[in-house]
Design a protein around this ligand. Structure first.
Ligand code: ADP
Ligand code: TRP
Length: 332
């Protein structure tokens, strides 16, 4: 039996380098490996916890879909769909919510950090918290468990959510017998959390991102904004302690990376290192960027691909949902 791999990205902003390196690149690597079945999706209902403008929702959702495809996802080999087109996920989400202790969700970091922020600014602890945000990890558990997922490639910030999915699956299995596969996360260790322009985690929420498909001039400007220390050009630099080198090696060949590693050790000016980073990134992104732009001008084509993916997904989810409902005693 092939292992099931699944991951999603929520449409809450433009795809940035952190999304690409933390989630999309490893997921694409697994999609090419014949020993896995892969399911990748646009987590639009997760996005709804934050995005309440319909035009923005549309643009961002198609943007995420176009990014996956432009970067090389083949929708004939992976199941590629929009979360909201697979209603079984939401049926399962309710069922799972009846197995999710509230205390577990109180500790979930998205909710907890909002509460902390509210406390710091003297607001009511739950100000701005909708139930979608609070129960976010349950919907994510439904995404994962409905496909009998074994491996979930995500960035480090999502580990806790996968652990919550494991806890919920275990408590369901204890009650009704083996039903759900217990999922595991897959993390890119070397680039666990990519820092953003201000040194915090690169995130749409912090406005500190470098969008992957940024046009060349702006890309160059953003790269120039990456914080560096005040060491002189001739001073040796530790490549493993540098975001510039960390990013460089994601887009360069092994050969190029080795050469750059030596230049860091011998001493390279930050300006020059940034220029080299721009060159290697820009040449990597040139073709996908134009493919991305073409797709973004063709929503009908994206719809056709996503709906076809949802049909394939539901061939799995409809029968499994029936089995789950039978187990909990909804019918014999
Ligand atoms: P954001 O924090 O920008 O809202 P998402 O939460 O939508 O990003 O993340 C989508 C995927 O990209 C997740 O698997 C997440 O772990 C990964 N990811 C996001 N930011 C980073 C980062 N700075 N470094 C590594 N992976 C990241
Ligand atoms: N919560 C993930 C994020 O913010 C997106 C997501 C939703 C997801 N459902 C998922 C990731 C299932 C992996 C598996 O990035």
């Amino acid at each position: 039996m092939k292992k099931q791999v699944l991951t999603g990205i929520k449409p809450t902003g433009r795809i940035h380098l952190g999304n690409y390196i933390g989630a999309i690149k490893p997921a694409l690597g697994l999609a090419e490996n014949q020993s896995y079945n892969t399911a990748y999706f646009v987590a639009d209902y997760h996005g709804l916890t934050k995005i309440h403008d319909p035009i923005e929702m549309k643009e961002l959702s198609y943007g995420v879909a176009a990014a996956w495809l432009a970067l090389g996802l083949n929708p004939d080999s992976a199941i590629f769909y929009r979360q909201s087109d697979v209603p079984e996920i939401f049926e399962l989400s309710w069922i799972l919510s009846c197995f999710a202790p509230k205390g577990l969700l109180n500790r979930s970091h998205a909710y907890k950090s909002m509460v902390e922020e509210n406390k710091e600014s003297g607001r009511n602890v739950d100000a701005g918290v909708n139930m979608g945000l609070f129960t976010y990890p349950i919907l994510m558990a439904a995404d994962i468990l409905l496909f009998q997922t074994e491996l979930v490639p995500v960035g480090k910030d999502q580990i806790q959510h996968v652990e919550i999915a494991r806890d919920i699956a275990e408590s369901f299995n204890n009650q009704y017998g083996e039903t759900f596969v217990i999922p595991e996360y897959v993390i890119q260790e070397e680039t666990a959390v990519l820092p953003g322009l201000d040194g915090r985690k690169m995130s749409k929420s912090y406005n500190n991102t470098i969008p992957l498909f940024e046009e060349p001039k702006k890309l160059q400007k953003l790269i120039n904004k990456i914080k560096t220390d005040s060491s002189l050009p001739e001073e040796p630099k530790d490549p493993d302690d540098s975001i510039i080198f960390g990013l460089y090696k994601e887009f360069a060949t092994t050969d190029q990376s080795e050469k750059m590693r030596r230049r860091f050790q011998q001493g390279i000016g930050w300006g020059e290192a940034k220029k080299e980073l721009f060159d290697v990134m820009n040449s990597f992104i040139e073709v996908p960027r134009s493919e991305y732009e073409d797709l973004l001008n063709n929503w009908d084509r994206l719809d056709a691909i996503l709906l076809n993916g949802a049909t394939k997904a539901r061939k799995k989810t409809i029968p499994f949902m029936k089995e789950i409902k039978r187990k909990i005693g909804l019918y014999h």
